[in-house]
Design a protein around this ligand. Structure first.
Ligand code: NOJ
Ligand code: NOJ
Length: 461
């Protein structure tokens, strides 16, 4: 093993937990702490009922001064994951839970509304103007956030669960609020919510409830496999879409975000579906195609090509954060790609080998100094295994570097950054953007330390 160690040391790797962006002044925990602080500032914004999660303090051009069930749930899921180290998030999560119950009750009272209501005023009343509704990822994300924070059922959580059971088969609006149809992101959130709830029912000795949810989540899993487009080797975001925008490229970061938010990491016990993992070849190829496409279509990615590219929602996007002047990279998509790549590193470390069927090989090739020669698998006994994971790890952090690079001096981030100038665009201080940064930093911190630990262990053998 001596030779291997030497080779790796000459790459200057695996011995420390620093990285390009960390050298540039921000450590993982400093970034997480600052992002938590920014989220708490939004939660305490003047004029907002305690517990409401404004999407952004921006009240005009664009007006994001509303509580979206999705944004709020994702933010709370993220804060809950940090509660041990940052106990200051606990009270805000409790406030959110109370506020959310109020919005649920109000939605049920409002004609034309339902538990799939996407958006509320900061006083908890449903927004009643025209909007893409329902959006049925909301109740799933809310269920996951509630159960992960409080580990208990109440009539509100149960109302969401029965809403999901009754509605998951129906077309509804996607997370971008544009397309009506069946969506990978939404169905994935629902599958995981039902499975997560099932495991909680089991632990509370309610096996019948648990079985019913397991069965239904299996049906959703079967539906999810239909999103694999075998002619293009992609996982597409939507089937039977109508209204909104067409996506001929078949690419959407929502597929990757689904894995980040609701993937193997969110499944308690051993309830992992066999098909979906971070290293699923169609998923890897989807991530690769998204990355290559955004690298090509956004000018800023070519101008500063010493970092991983800024990632947008989907290549056909025209929403510029306020009007329709053309799509841009988004912070939550770019941090999301960092998070995803770090999850891929972790999964390979757990497995102790990298599978390199042709699709996966294409994904890993750019991280391996001489390309990945063999199709088959690389085990941790080979040098290429370590150089590939190290290359992927650096690349993952380079997405963090990219998103940080386009932040304000004081670390403020909004929804998007301009595809030509790189300046912040769209809703300022978007709450979800900060949550996505926390997720990326914490997953990548974990990946970096596991990588160096496993490598040291290997070296001792
Ligand atoms: C606001 C939505 O939230 C955003 O996702 C969408 O792109 C624009 N409206 C345009 O429909
Ligand atoms: C627009 C995004 O498309 C949508 O996903 C989000 O919920 C809202 N903005 C609020 O942030």
């Amino acid at each position: 093993m001596k030779k291997l160690t030497l080779i790796l040391l000459t790459f200057g790797i695996l011995t420390s937990s620093t990285s390009a962006w960390a050298d540039a002044g921000e450590t993982y925990q400093a970034g997480i702490q600052l992002s938590i602080q920014r989220i708490l500032e939004n939660l305490n914004h003047p004029g907002v009922t305690p517990g409401a999660v404004i999407a952004s303090p921006s009240q005009h051009e664009p007006n994001y001064f509303f509580h979206w069930t999705r944004d709020a749930g994702l933010v709370m899921l993220t804060l809950t994951s940090q509660a041990e180290r940052y106990p200051q998030v606990r009270i805000p999560v409790q406030n959110w839970s109370r506020f959310e119950k109020f919005t649920q009750a109000q939605a049920l009272k409002t004609p034309g509304s339902s538990l799939g209501e996407p958006k509320f005023m900061v006083n908890g009343q449903p927004f009643t103007g025209p909007w893409g509704r329902p959006q049925n990822d909301g109740p799933a994300i809310r269920t996951l956030a509630m159960l992960s924070a409080f580990h208990k059922f109440d009539p509100y959580v149960e109302a969401d669960i029965s809403y999901l059971l009754q509605n998951w088969q129906l077309p509804n609006f996607d997370l971008w609020e544009e397309v009506k149809g069946h969506h990978f992101f939404t169905l994935y959130s629902q599958m995981t919510a039902l499975r997560y709830a099932a495991v909680h029912y089991e632990s509370q000795m309610r096996p019948q409830n648990a079985q019913a949810l397991h069965r239904e989540s299996m049906k959703i899993e079967t539906q999810l496999q239909k999103f694999v487009d075998r002619s293009r080797n992609l996982v597409v975001p939507t089937l039977a879409g109508s209204e909104g925008i067409a996506k001929p490229a078949g690419l959407d970061i929502s597929v990757i975000l689904a894995l980040n938010y609701f993937g193997p990491n969110m499944r308690p016990g051993n309830s992992q579906p066999a098909f979906w993992s971070y290293t699923q070849p169609f998923i890897l190829n989807t991530a690769k195609q998204l990355t290559d496409t955004f690298a090509r279509i956004y000018e800023i990615n070519k101008r500063f090509n010493n970092m991983a590219p800024g990632i947008g929602r989907y290549p056909e996007d025209v929403y510029d954060g306020n009007g329709f002047g053309g799509g841009n990279p988004w912070y939550l998509a770019t941090y999301g790609m960092a998070e995803f790549n770090c999850a891929v590193v972790l999964e390979n470390l757990q497995r102790g080998q990298i599978n390199t069927d042709p699709l996966s090989q294409a994904f890993y090739a750019k991280f391996s100094p001489n390309g990945l020669a063999r199709v088959g698998r690389l085990t941790s006994a080979s040098q290429q295994y370590w150089t590939t994971l190290q290359g992927l790890m650096n690349y993952a952090e380079s997405f963090i570097e990219r998103a940080n690079f386009h932040a304000g001096n004081d670390g403020h981030i909004s929804e998007q950054f301009d595809r030509n100038s790189g300046y912040r665009r769209g809703a300022a201080d978007l709450t979800w953007s900060y949550a996505s940064k926390i997720r990326a930093l914490s997953r990548c911190e974990q990946a970096r330390s596991e990588l160096s630990r496993s490598f040291q262990r290997q070296g001792r053998r």
